[in-house]
Write a protein that binds this ligand. Structure first.
Ligand SMILES: Cc1ncc(COP(=O)(O)OP(=O)(O)O)c(N)n1
Ligand code: 3NM
Ligand code: MG
Length: 204
């Protein structure tokens, strides 16, 4: 079982964020873009990929499995709805690692059948980023998930802040993902450094 590149996992929506947070020491970053025209989308993903290579960041692309395959992106993140249309064999053949979202036991069963490289559980706390039909899971659910998936890496997401990072790690998360706590922060680069210190990760 391969371990994840870092205990902190910022999720961002532009290539520029990959450059900024990568320069601050983040080494595992997800590019999550919604609603961009196709030509702009591809250009943004390519720019993010170039910034990721520049900083030695392991890049995760959200949703767009065909582009991940075509561009040779390191990881792909898929939710349960994304799984309906994704070609998992093509993704595997391309050597792309896979993360899958889960919010319930049923979703975990489906995710595990995909033989992912990590499973994400959320929302651990309420999130304002998107509406979802699932209430907060709490950190106890992280511990339950870890006991169910064993060595398979577990990612925590949803409403996570610097103060909530340690409780997630202590509950069994291998890496902790957040959007707002990085991109809405007054000092995003400083926040990456604070998260790395709190996670006990040496600054690269
Ligand atoms: C690390 C991580 N966990 C969960 C998600 C959510 O994925 P999904 O359910 O497909 O929803 P969207 O992000 O596509 O709106 C994620 N992106 N990353
Ligand atoms: C994109 C996403 N997926 C979630 C899930 O539970 O699957 S929670 C979430 C948003 C996380 O944003 P923030 O860190 O700002 O709360
Ligand atoms: Mg998705």
């Amino acid at each position: 079982m391969t371990s994840l590149p870092q205990k902190i996992y910022p999720v961002v929506d532009t290539a520029l964020w990959v450059d900024r947070l990568g320069s601050a020491g983040a080494r595992f970053i997800q590019l999550r873009i919604k609603d961009l025209p196709e030509d702009e989308l591809l250009a943004e993903i390519r720019a993010a990929h170039a910034f990721a290579k520049k900083h030695g960041v392991c890049l995760v692309l959200n949703d767009y499995w065909q582009i991940a395959v075509a561009e040779g992106i390191d990881y792909l993140h898929l939710g349960q709805e994304d799984l309906d249309t994704a070609d998992l064999e093509a993704i595997r053949k391309a050597g792309i690692r896979l993360g899958v979202s889960t919010h319930s036991h049923e979703e975990l069963t489906r995710a595990l059948a995909c033989k992912p490289d990590y499973v994400a559980l959320g929302p651990v706390w309420p999130t304002r980023l998107k509406k979802m039909p699932f209430g907060p899971q709490g950190t106890e659910r992280l511990t339950e998930w870890k006991s169910l998936i064993g060595d398979l890496p577990l990612v925590a997401i949803g409403g996570i802040t610097l103060e909530r990072l340690r409780p997630c790690l202590d509950a069994g998360a291998d890496s902790v993902a957040a959007v707002s706590d990085f991109t809405q922060h007054a000092d995003p680069e400083g926040q990456v450094k604070a998260w790395l210190a709190e996670a006990g990760e040496a600054a690269p």
